[in-house]
Design a protein around this ligand. Sequence first.
Ligand code: FBP
Length: 250
Amino acid sequence: MDLSKLTTDGKAMFLAYDHGVEHGPIDLVGKSIDPNFILDIADKGGYNAVVLQKGIAEKYYFNSQYQNKIPLIIKLNGKTKLAGGEAVSRQVCSVDEAIQLGAVAVGYTIYLGSEFESEMLEEFGKIEEEAHQKGLVVIGWMYPRGKSIKDDSSPEIVAYAARMGLEMGADIVKIKYCGSEECFKKAVEAAGKTKVVLSGGAKTKTPEEFLEVVKNIMSAGAIGVAVGRNVWQSNDPIGISQKIKEIIFR
Ligand code: FBP
């Protein structure tokens, strides 16, 4: 699959903004409640793409000034944190709807290890087939989660998640940080020809802490990041975007 619409010299910086679904407005502090604020960061910060759910894409991105400036990744599934029990996230947007909204890629979260893992794997398989037939890049949010997962960021689990992306046909996997450059290297190795991006995580105590993680994952062979809170919850979203950019594209 051709990743050129989503990358610069093979590297990528994606701005994630699907947290209104996954975490609720509590995450969307200050100006970040406004989707236009995020689209402006994506534009001015030089992101390769922005990640949105379909409602935000339809009302704020489609036919807006941003549509021709920033490529769109549509999340095809989602779940709230209000639902109890084992994690399951089902499809809420079709591949065709994503295309109509202007997406060049689709994203789908698979909760590996959940009781409902097989449902998500099956759904992902169908989405991947259709999206590839229609020329879209497929990104797997590979998140181990559930009673059977003791530590979702252990080196073994993160490498397993990365490998699953390759096995399932994802073009890019978005995985959590496992704590060091060495273990991330193993995950990149496990992903093989599937490219790896870091899933940002909760805002770190200092921006330097997050930038250190970005340095480590890039040295480990990742192609970049799909980051949300560490950017748009920052006091200086454009400033931190510039620093991330310098690390990724240097
Ligand atoms: P962050 O950089 O803010 O962690 O965003 C990455 C992301 O994968 C989002 O796309 C998603 O909404 C969120 O993290 C899900 O986080 P989790 O399921 O771990 O609570």
